[in-house]
Write a protein that binds this ligand. Structure first.
Ligand code: GDP
Length: 300
């Protein structure tokens, strides 16, 4: 976790640094505040939240009546934490219900890091001494099942897969069925993220969820979002959130972008907490999302 935090700091602290530089200017005039707002927008915080942050911060700095860097930093930290939200429930429900495994459905656009996140999440759970079964319900591309299989062998999780083109719902059904029979703790189902049409997506994901629910409760629907895709990714995320009840967001590739402000924008847009962050391609590069650590990383 310490290593992951360091990686997060490296990628994100350009934002904090430039904000702190702007805030330490001699003249904090309209122009300076505008620049601060632009900096936030550039970091993908979103237009409305950026305006809000600047408005609040402006008032607080005035009330403070001092420009002591440590005090200004504390104000900025509070403001960012307030926007990120400390009170969301961010823990992932992966504990079995008696004889029933917990079921985690992983959804999102192809290329966002869905399969990788399934593998890394399995690794975390196996690392906690529990058992995982992975379901390869992305049957659209054979390579997706191969990739999940590789992750399965890597982290020590069984994989249920079928031929390319098989109905994703039947693979999901089979995975949960085998998970129950084998008494595993958690079943993680990887899905296809084709944004063909909204109704097509709705039919497919809806069916996957319904057939799972014939046998077990779906505990989490994790939407994977690539942090480097900005507003475009946000728009796609919105479509997914409309077709399936998302319970949490996994924000991937935060190691490759200084645009961590997307955390604020996506939670605000979807009304769902960021629960996981992806900080690299390796098996240990997944971390729970911790607002405090995240803001500290941003502020460097
Ligand atoms: P899927 O199509 O959504 O299943 O996406 P994949 O899991 O195949 O990931 C697409 C690419 O993104 C792969 O090259 C992954 O290694 C890479 N990737 C996934 N998560 C992360 C991350 O957190 N950081 C970085 N740098 N790369 C990632």
């Amino acid at each position: 976790l310490v290593r992951l935090r360091a990686r997060l700091s490296r990628s994100q602290n350009a934002l904090g640094r430039s904000l702190l530089v702007l805030l330490s200017r001699d003249a904090l005039d309209d122009e300076a505040w505008e620049e601060i707002e632009d900096t936030l927008v550039t970091a993908d915080v979103g237009v409305a939240p950026s305006r809000q942050i600047v408005e609040d911060l402006r008032t607080k700095v005035k009330v403070l009546g001092s420009r002591d860097p440590a005090e200004v930093r504390a104000l900025l930290k509070d403001e960012l934490l307030g926007q990120i939200g400390k009170d969301w429930e961010r823990s992932l429900r992966t504990e079995p219900h008696g004889a029933q495994p917990a079921v985690v459905l992983v959804v999102g656009v192809n290329g966002t890091g869905k399969t990788t996140t399934c593998g890394k999440l399995a690794r975390v759970i196996v690392g906690d001494g529990r058992t995982v079964l992975l379901g390869a319900a992305d049957t659209f591309r054979a390579a997706a099942a191969d990739q999940l299989q590789t992750w399965g062998s890597r982290v020590g999780a069984e994989v249920v897969r079928r031929d390319e083109g098989t109905d994703p719902a039947s693979v999901a059904f089979e995975a949960v069925k085998q998970g129950i029979a084998a008494g595993v703790d958690t079943v993680i189902v990887d899905t296809a993220g084709r944004l063909h049409t909204k109704t097509g997506l709705m039919d497919e994901l809806g069916k996957v969820k319904r057939v799972i629910e014939k046998q077990a409760q779906v505990d989490e629907v994790i939407l994977v979002l690539d942090a480097t895709t900005g507003q475009n990714g946000l728009q796609q995320a919105r479509v997914f959130a409309e077709v399936v009840d998302v319970t949490g967001i996994a924000l991937t590739k935060l190691d490759g972008t200084a645009k961590g402000g997307i955390v604020i924008a996506v939670q605000r847009e979807l009304g769902v907490p960021v629960k996981l962050v992806g900080l690299g391609e390796g098996p240990d590069d997944l971390a729970p999302f911790e607002p405090e650590a995240f803001v500290e990383a941003i502020l460097g």
